[in-house]
Structure formats: structure tokens, C-alpha cells
Ligand binder design. Structure first.
Ligand SMILES: [Cu+2]
Length: 339
């Protein structure tokens, strides 16, 4: 497999900093259509991947143009990596719709090798929708988002292990028809994944190590594409907030055991369907290829003003980067925790 290695380009980094809202609503004979182009809806990745999650648009038909492109990303503080991406970031942008919406997909392969796309949210003949897309080719298909949940979208081109470790995934949220049953003050997306990489010859970048991936020997385990990025850039919420976390696990190999130090989840929706609701949960696993919705409240006199760590409680993985911070209110004492 031809891995091309070159130094971390400042132009690529600058491009990743651009964040624009690119949804365009247009009335058609079939009703209002929202169009989102992942080329224009690039997620902010500096100083950290933007984990905030805006609500789904009102249109019942949603179109998404998803370019596949090679991009230089940072998988740890100053570690550059040549990734394969949907939309230029790892993970790609979040695709959010409502249960019952028609979802129209247009995937354009702007990269140098064949790729494909696999929507876990779709009930669709895989041999047609998920076929190989050759370089400069594209694919179009549509499906109805029938099942609510937090879903993985990924490249399914063999070896899938390699295309996943290279960064080809993003999250898709399908909001339940009747809503989530509560009103969240803040919503966040957290995509856990692993990178299998070894130092490159220039010492500050990393290059892929496929043999390590076959042994599940990860170099980094991360939330939203970069080790430890929410330690220096905590998620911020207010005292009293109800917060909903959409945790999707892209793997490719490891489960996530999601936990917040100092909090208990009021509600956990395995697979992201409120019909599956659990109450008062300390830790809940998110399988590779799965997604779970977690809710907790940061009430005064309970989990009030302070600093909280979110982790995979499988601590060998947390130590490789899968730990971040939540800052509730404006605590005077900042980080005094061992996590
Ligand atoms: Cu691929």
C-alpha cells in the first residue's frame, strides 16, 4: 500500500481552521431541502476539534455532499499524520437529521485510491450503495433515517482496518421523532478512535503502522481525532446544565468504556435509542462500530462547579489519549486531578 510521507504543511493546517456554516435551504416540488457541502462545513480543529453539536435543520429532505480527500492532520499535540478523510478532518463533520427524514448522499472521491462509504444508520442494499468509488468517481444514493440513534459512518473498502486507522469515519445523529424526552442545555459529539502509528524519520510526525493495527497495539486512543486535546481545551458548561453526549466509537478495534469522573449518568440510551433507556449508570460500553447517548446534569451541590474528566475507563487506552476535561462554571482551582 503506497503510504506517502511528507512534512506537516502549514497550508493544510490553516485550511483545517476554516469553519463555516454551509447549510442552504431551498424549496423544491418535494418540499424544502437542506443542502450541506462537507467542503464548506469544515469542523474547526484548532485549538481542538469543535465538539459542540447544533440542532438538525427543519427540512425533511437533507442532502449531503461528502468529498473524500487526503489531508494532513494532527493526532497528538505536535504530531502530524497523513490521513484519509471525509471532508478534510478526522473525524469528518457530524451529519444530523431527524427520524423520518430523507437523506440524500453524494460522495465524491477526490483522493488517489478507491474508497467507499458505509452508513450504519441506513437500511439499504450494501452491494449497491456501499460499492467501491474509484478516484474522480462519485456515488449517489438516498435512504430514510428510520431508526433514531448515534451512528457510525465509515469507509468500507478492504482492508477496512487500514481505511479506518487512516481516519475515514464520522458520526451521524438521528434525533428521535418525539425528541429525547428531556431538554439538554448543551450537546456534544465525541468520536473515540485509535491511531496505529510510529515516529516518522523527521521525528515530529508519525506514519502508519498496519502491523500494529492487526495486533490492536494502538499508539494513540483519542476523542475527536487528537490525543488529550480537551485537557488543554475543556468542554465548557454552566452549573445546572443538563448535558447530552453523543459518543460514537469508530474503533477500528477497541471498545470504549465511557465514564465521567465525579458524575453519574441520569440516562443512557444504548445505540442512541430512547426506547433502550437506562437510569443511574456509572460507566457504559460503546462498542467499536456503535454509538451511545449519555445524559447527566451538573447541578449545584451535586456535580456542580468544578472540573470533571471524561474517559474510557479502560485506562491503558485513557493513558494513550482518550481523556478530556469538562469545566463546569468558573472553578477557582483549575486542574488538581490525577486523571
Ligand atoms: Cu477508504
Amino acid at each position: 500500500m503506497p503510504f506517502v510521507k511528507f512534512a506537516l504543511g502549514t497550508a493544510a493546517l490553516a485550511a483545517a481552521v476554516v469553519a463555516t456554516v454551509a447549510a442552504v435551504d431551498r424549496p423544491t416540488s418535494a418540499g424544502t431541502v437542506t443542502r450541506v457541502d462537507f467542503d464548506k462545513a469544515v469542523r474547526l480543529t484548532t485549538p481542538a476539534y469543535d465538539a459542540s453539536l447544533p440542532p438538525a435543520g427543519p427540512a425533511h429532505i437533507k442532502e449531503f455532499r461528502i468529498p473524500i480527500k487526503d489531508a494532513t492532520i494532527r493526532i497528538a499535540d505536535s504530531v502530524g499524520y497523513e490521513a484519509w478523510t471525509f471532508g478534510g478532518t478526522v473525524p469528518g463533520p457530524v451529519l444530523r437529521v431527524r427520524q423520518g427524514d430523507s437523506v440524500r448522499i453524494n460522495v465524491v472521491n477526490e483522493a488517489a485510491m478507491p474508497h467507499s462509504i458505509d452508513f450504519h444508520a441506513a437500511r439499504i442494499p450494501a452491494n449497491i450503495a456501499y460499492r467501491m468509488i474509484m478516484p474522480r468517481d462519485s456515488i449517489q444514493f438516498a435512504f430514510v433515517a428510520r431508526d433514531p440513534g448515534a451512528f457510525l459512518v465509515h469507509c468500507g473498502t478492504p482492508p477496512v482496518l487500514m481505511h479506518l486507522m487512516q481516519g475515514m469515519y464520522f458520526a451521524m445523529i438521528v434525533d428521535p421523532k418525539g425528541g429525547w424526552g428531556t431538554t439538554a442545555d448543551k450537546e456534544f459529539i465525541l468520536v473515540q478512535s485509535e491511531f496505529y502509528a510510529r515516529p516518522a524519520s523527521n521525528a515530529h510526525d508519525a506514519q502508519p503502522a498496519f502491523a500494529d493495527a492487526t495486533k490492536k497495539d494502538a499508539a494513540y486512543v483519542v476523542f475527536n481525532g487528537r490525543a488529550f486535546q480537551y485537557k488543554a481545551n475543556p468542554l465548557e458548561v454552566d452549573v445546572g446544565d443538563r448535558v447530552r453526549f453523543f459518543v460514537v466509537n469508530a474503533g477500528p478495534n477497541l471498545d470504549s468504556d465511557f465514564h465521567i469522573v465525579g458524575a453519574i449518568f441520569d440516562r443512557v440510551y444504548p445505540d442512541g435509542d430512547p426506547v433502550h433507556a437506562l437510569r443511574s449508570v456509572q460507566t457504559y460500553p460503546v462498542p467499536a462500530g456503535g454509538g451511545v447517548v449519555f445524559e447527566t446534569t451538573f447541578k449545584a451541590n451535586e456535580s456542580g462547579e468544578g472540573i470533571y474528566a471524561f474517559v474510557t475507563h479502560s485506562f491503558a487506552d485513557a493513558d494513550k489519549g482518550a481523556v478530556g476535561m469538562i469545566r463546569v462554571g468558573a472553578p477557582k482551582q483549575y486542574v488538581t486531578m490525577a486523571h
